[in-house]
Design a protein around this ligand. Structure first.
Ligand code: GDG
Length: 489
């Protein structure tokens, strides 16, 4: 049981993340909670389930601080609770929230840290709002924190919070996990000097800072030297009275949930339904949030070239491409949506016939059953981000394939590529390479599919989300022994 050491050492776990683990709807009948489906929630939820299982129904609930829409301000605190979580909503004024979320987070940090600097907008009011919102989270945090709590802060929306909390509660135990790529100094250098110093110092308020890959750790450490000039000893940044452990902790998935989910009756029915609808064609599948970093246009170009070069495959293959609505109030997102839809329309117009649509595109969110049915009925998963911190979709696809069939085509620019050498690894900008990989995947013999899939499944069975959280939390234990060593020497 990966969670046992947490239960013994820390009184409570407080997660702090921009989004709450559920969305809340108020209807005439009362308040209802709906589980969210983002990467982080999938991961921590699995961990909560594991903790609940080990501690029984009366086990400790996870406290979760997250942003909440102002329209829900009047709901009583007791409604913000389900079987796993006690949620603590953070309310922010509309205009401040806009400059924080759509501004600093998604119009500056997201494009910059995914190496799209020309999409980044450096507005002064963005940073003011970012500071204000991080302080709002601090207020909520200091109102509930108790001695013995472990605070685990997540992601790029809250980079200032570790240091704010360190100043308010110097003895707090603070972890921080970064879910997106951490870029090189050449990128960070584009931020105004005071901003980049504040962000780096903000993160260094934590005891443990985690990233998905060793490359992101390397970039972070280089930025520590360049931006704040602090000494580094091995994997630790040394401050006056303490040190910060910086490590790579590749996030993963609840393997069993997907492995077992693939066997559900409802999933099998949906799978058959899809196969019938698509006339038994070979199926290529992709699903991502709408985002320019996910490389959707490059993916379409690869598929178009494949169709041009392989007329034999016309009528015999269907690309099911689902894009999940995300951030579509932001200009660059509207542009990429238009570009995707134009490209899909053009390709379908060019190759399609009355009986065959080469691409079945939808802009919507799938249910878990639909997602599993698609993971398990497809022949190829085509995952081509230009940048992706990790990418959980490819891991979920693998975990769903108990039949050991199906081929993963994966961009070398996803963090996950470093763990999955048995995928067909491609560079999404190399259209010919994508084209060749699609052909190779569609024509791969079952024995080779099985060989590759088994190796990837073995890896993920061992490196699941419980191991991820266990490894992250274990870093605090070794941290304590190092800190006492530091104090005695
Ligand atoms: C960020 C980083 C990093 C997607 N569509 C549907 C749906 N999903 C679920 C998937 C998966 C999650 O959302 C997407 O996670 P990703 O990791 O692929 O991507 P981001 O949302 O960009 O997440 C990423 C992650 O944080 C974790 O650290 O890996 O690099 O960008 O779990 O299953 N779920 C359902 N319907 C959908 O239509 N039910």
């Amino acid at each position: 049981n990966y969670m046992s050491n947490l239960n013994g050492t820390y009184k409570r776990l407080i997660i702090v993340a921009y989004r709450l683990p559920f969305s809340i709807k108020q209807t005439k009948e009362g308040v209802s909670l709906f589980q969210n489906s983002g990467g982080l929630v999938s991961a921590v939820l699995s961990m909560a389930e594991q903790m609940g299982q080990s501690a029984g129904d009366s086990g400790p609930k996870i406290h979760w601080i997250g942003h909440c829409d102002n329209s829900l301000k009047d709901i009583q605190q007791s409604a913000f609770e389900d079987e796993h979580f006690v949620a603590h909503p953070v309310f922010v004024d509309e205009d401040v929230h806009q400059a924080f979320y759509e501004g600093f987070c998604n119009d500056l940090i997201w494009p910059l840290f995914h190496y799209f600097p020309t999409f980044a907008s450096f507005q002064e009011n963005y940073f003011d709002a970012y500071q204000q919102v991080n302080n709002r989270f601090l207020e909520e945090l200091t109102s509930i924190i108790e001695p013995g709590d472990l605070v685990w802060i997540h992601d790029f929306q809250l980079m200032l919070l570790p240091d704010l909390l360190r100043k308010a509660v110097p003895e707090a135990t603070i972890g921080y996990f970064f879910h997106i790529p951490f870029p090189t100094f050449e990128i960070i250098k584009l931020l105004p000097r005071t901003w980049r110093q504040a962000l780096m110092n903000g993160l260094l308020g934590a005891d443990v800072v985690g990233f998905h890959t060793a490359d992101y750790v390397k970039h972070f450490m280089h930025n520590v030297s360049e931006v704040v000039g602090l000494p580094i000893i091995e994997q630790r940044v040394v401050l006056d009275d303490r040190s910060v452990f910086v490590g790579d902790f590749p996030i993963s998935i609840d393997f069993t949930k997907f492995d077992e989910g693939s066997q559900l009756e409802a999933v099998a029915e949906m799978r058959q339904h899809y196969q019938q609808l698509l006339n038994g064609n070979k199926i290529i599948f992709s699903v991502d949030r709408l985002d320019y970093a996910k490389g959707i246009t490059y993916r379409l170009q690869g598929y178009e070239r494949f169709l041009t070069q392989n007329p034999d495959w016309h009528n015999n293959v269907t690309f099911v491409m689902t894009v999940v609505p995300s951030r579509d109030k932001i200009g660059h997102y509207q542009e990429i949506k238009r570009e995707i839809e134009e490209t899909v329309g053009r390709i379908n117009g060019l190759f399609g016939t009355i009986g065959w649509r080469p691409i079945v595109y939808s802009y919507l969110s799938l249910t878990f059953t639909e997602l599993l049915a698609l993971y398990t009925c497809c022949d190829v998963a085509l995952i081509t981000p230009i940048r992706d911190g990790m990418n959980l979709v490819c891991k979920e696809f693998i975990a769903s394939r108990r039949d050991n069939q199906g081929v993963l085509i994966l961009s070398e620019l996803a963090g996950a590529a470093q763990e999955l050498p048995d995928a067909l690894i491609i560079n999404p900008t190399d259209t010919q390479e994508v084209t060749a990989a699609i052909k190779e995947a569609l024509e791969m013999q079952p024995a080779e599919q099985q060989d590759r899939m088994q190796k990837m499944r073995q890896h993920l069975q061992n490196h699941n989300v419980f191991r991820w959280s266990h490894n992250f939390l274990s870093a605090f234990m070794s941290d304590e022994s190092w800190q006492s060593e530091l104090a005695t020497n």
